[in-house]
Design a protein around this ligand. Structure first.
Ligand code: HEC
Length: 155
């Protein structure tokens, strides 16, 4: 029995080591001109808030931490990023039309107010991503202001 257990543990360790050679492509494309920060007037405090809480999954630039390089964590993280970007990619802000932008801003604050975003498991490991009431208020004011500007400029 002991021998079986030993073989099992060795097999798991070997698998773990081999898995390290299989890594997803990293989400680290250079920030291009379509990025929200280059397309819209985003004050510094908002840039910090979005970078800390949203952009790891909703842009082409993820700030990876050391354990994000370890399989299978790297695959779980990659799933979040791929899925997050499918729904919302703020690196492609410049490619959206006015209606998409206004709709997106609305959805962003809605998801945060419902407590759906940022994802809970992300907040557990990224304390800076936790938004308190004051920060949610700042986010709401900014989304409303930018929406109004977009409407005014469209007329
Ligand atoms: C850890 C990754 C992650 C972080 C961080 C994150 N999101 Fe998401 N987001 C996702 C994923 C995955 C989805 C798609 C699945 C879902 O809705 O749960 C998504 C979906 C969304 C959607 C679309 C919802 C829909 O119904 O189509 C919006 C809007 C959104 N996120 C906004 C935000 C905002 C704003 C922040 C920051 C405050 C944020 N997210 C932080 C991963 C993330």
């Amino acid at each position: 029995m002991k021998k079986v257990l030993r073989i099992f543990i060795i097999a798991v360790l070997v698998l773990f080591v081999v898995a390290q050679f299989f890594q997803p492509e990293k989400n680290r494309i250079e920030m291009d001109d379509d990025h929200l920060f280059k397309q819209a007037d985003v004050p510094e405090n908002m840039q910090t808030l979005l970078t800390n809480a949203c952009l790891d999954c909703h842009s082409n630039q993820t700030n990876y931490l050391w354990y994000h390089y370890v399989s299978p964590v790297s695959w779980v993280i990659n799933n979040h990023i791929v899925e997050g970007k499918e729904h919302l990619n703020l690196s492609e802000w410049g490619q959206m039309d006015v209606f998409d932008k206004i709709g997106t801003l609305d959805e962003m604050i809605e998801e945060v107010e419902k407590g759906e975003m940022p994802l809970k498991e992300y907040v557990l490991l990224h304390p800076k991503a936790k938004l308190d009431e004051a920060e949610v208020e700042v986010l709401r004011n900014w989304t409303e202001k930018l929406s109004e500007e977009l409407i005014a400029n469209a007329e």
